[in-house]
Design a protein around this ligand. Structure first.
Ligand code: ADP
Ligand code: MG
Length: 579
């Protein structure tokens, strides 16, 4: 590794070593190659451009989408002794001029700007006078229509870059890992033969858990989860403003120190609440997904999702805000089937908005199908008995081998492998019989047919005359559903969206029947998962207590308390968060 880079890492940022993928990326940037780094929130993307920025002559321009966060990032850099500044519309004109002068005088190494600035003539003049060796594009997925936060203004970046007299090296960073977004970024930013790195999705210190309480027990489950983290900071994510309000009120009524954040609050209130959380004046943040982009609070010990997000990217990004300081933290998803309906409703709403905005209907349909598929994957995560960590890593493309991490609720739940070959054959046969009749039905109907239901709908469609009608009468509904889900998950069946989601057979499913393959299926050994969850006491509670107790033993508590008090004093003096 480049010694000077290590020296800078130590001097300014206080770290002894780069993380595995950081060093490669830094080396690539230093060698002048364009790079695309895909790493989850908290992986340490900033250093990938900050360290090279301090080694290059001239100034590094950082394009960042959120004005509200630029100040925090710049403050943090200044705190570390780095000459940094930002330019955006929140600055009054005279301060903007002061920054421009500072840049012109060479008194700045990193300049953060919003993409809109790249079209401003005054700024362009400035750029023609100074040396710009490197451009970092943070949250680069904003350039992609496939991403969740597409910003048209990101489209100007490539024009800006090609307009400079010496083309700088471009370093694009994002936490969004889908292939479409990756390709889009490379194309839209016109990256030249970029070095692409997907890494860091495995966060060992995070415990991953899924709970599935009965709807009536949801609040109790939430409170029990929060109780496990006395005095620790955490976030509770909700899918709607209304739920956010309701949960925040619930926590406050319980005497917990909670604040809230969602798009329905005024800017001022949002800022105040966010600061309360960042500065540890409020212990728990209850928020919609509007909260958190770029938030660098290292001491978050838990992230609980009170509702299931629409896709796994969002989930893992939000959950990943826990445990940034490397100490053990918990990410728990409280899952309810209804959340899928809400997520699909959001997808439909976006599709409607696209229609109104006049988007090409074919593209719009594609995006809609993509949204539904992502939600389906998210729900699979919530329902899987596979290791949650390996599920995530496979999803993001960091690994393709399933394994057991022993640090998630799936691995900790006792499960057993059941031979479900006969059940699988019956289910697939049933789908094939339906296909012979050129019929496709949803999951519930498939199960009803197999179990010989007398439902009006079924009888009206004459499905009771299928040869597979009632052939699984003796099997519980839950079990038939579970095998059906497993078959979908394994790709033997697939769900296709027409007017509503219907189940079809895949080539793999046909071959399975033809070859008389066997089908193993993992299920929770006892029903304890559901039972203990409703009490909010999943098996893992114990183990994480044991872990923190072990940590605490190694610490001189008295000294630790003194240091914490001192830190709080210093933080207050300098008006920065204590962590
Ligand atoms: P991202 O932008 O990927 O979400 P950040 O750049 O904000 O992540 O970094 C997340 C946290 O990780 C920060 O607190 C940062 O100081 C820390 N960090 C980054 N690199 C290292 C490293 N090499 N060693 C220790 N901590 C690091
Ligand atoms: Mg970042």
């Amino acid at each position: 590794m480049n010694q000077q880079a290590l020296q800078i890492l130590k001097t300014y940022f206080g770290y002894d070593s780069f993380r595995a993928y950081q060093d490669t990326l830094v080396e690539q940037v230093l060698a002048g190659h364009d790079v695309l780094g895909v790493m989850p929130t908290g992986a340490g993307k900033s250093l990938v451009y900050q360290v090279p920025a301090l080694m290059h002559d001239g100034i590094t321009i950082v394009v960042s989408p959120l004005i509200s966060l630029m100040k925090d990032q710049v403050d943090a850099l200044k705190q570390a002794g780095v000459k940094a500044a930002f330019l955006n519309s929140s600055l009054p004109p005279h301060e903007r001029d002061a920054v421009i002068k500072q840049v012109r005088d060479g008194l700045c190494k990193l300049l953060y700007v919003a993409p809109e600035r790249l079209e401003d003539s005054k700024f362009l003049d400035l750029c023609s006078e100074i040396a710009i060796p490197l451009i970092a594009v943070d949250e680069a997925h904003c350039v992609s229509q496939w991403g969740n936060d597409f910003r048209p203004s990101y489209k100007v970046i490539s024009r800006f870059v090609s307009g400079l007299s010496n083309r700088p090296c471009v370093c694009a960073l994002t936490a969004t890992a889908t292939n479409e977004v990756r390709d889009d970024i490379i194309k839209a930013l016109e990256l030249k033969n970029p070095y692409v790195c997907v890494a860091g999705f495995d966060r060992e210190n995070l415990y991953l858990g899924v709970l599935q309480p009965k709807p009536a027990d949801k609040q109790k489950t939430l409170l029990a989860q929060i109780k496990k983290h006395a005095e620790q900071s955490g976030i509770v994510y909700c899918s709607t403003r209304a739920a956010t309000e309701e949960v925040c009120e619930l926590l406050q009524e319980e005497g917990l120190s909670a604040t809230k954040y969602h798009a329905g609050l005024s800017d001022l209130t949002r800022k105040r609440n966010q600061d309360d959380f960042l500065f540890d004046r409020a212990r728990i943040m209850v928020a919609t997904n509007a909260f958190g982009m770029g938030i660098d609070k290292s001491n978050i010990s838990f992230v609980i999702h009170y509702n299931m997000p629409c896709d796994l990217e969002s989930y893992y990004q939000e959950a990943g805000r826990a445990g940034r300081d490397g100490s053990s933290a918990e990410c728990v998803l409280i899952y309810n089937k209804k959340d899928v309906i809400t997520a699909n409703f959001f997808a439909e709403k976006s599709a409607e908005e696209r229609r109104i905005s006049g988007m090409d209907p074919v593209l719009s349909e594609e995006l809609y199908a993509r949204d539904l598929e992502r939600t389906r994957k998210m729900a699979s995560y919530a329902k899987t008995t596979d290791c949650l960590r390996s599920f995530v890593l496979r999803y993001f493309g960091e690994t393709d081998t399933p394994y057991r991490c022993e640090h998630c609720s799936s691995c900790e739940a006792e499960s057993e492998i059941i031979d479900a070959t006969t059940e699988a054959q019956k289910i697939i046969s049933c789908i094939l019989r339906l296909e012979q009749r050129e019929r496709a039905v949803g999951r519930v109907m498939v199960v009803d047919i197999l179990r010989g239901s007398q439902s009006q709908n079924l009888l009206r469609m004459g499905l009771d005359s299928l040869s597979t009608y009632g052939i699984m009468k003796e099997v519980s509904k839950t079990f038939v559903h579970a095998v059906l889900e497993a078959l979908i998950e394994d790709g033997l069946l697939k769900v296709t969206d027409s007017k509503y989601p219907v189940v079809n057979c895949t080539q793999q499913g046909r071959e399975f029947l033809k070859n008389r393959d066997s089908f193993d299926f993992k299920v929770a050994k006892t029903k304890t998962r559901a039972a203990s969850e409703s009490e909010g006491q999943p098996g893992k509670a114990k183990s994480s207590k044991v872990r923190s107790a072990a940590l605490a033993q190694d610490v001189d508590q008295e000294l630790f308390a003194k240091l914490k008090a001192l830190r709080a004093d210093i933080a207050r003096e300098q008006d920065i968060p204590a962590f």
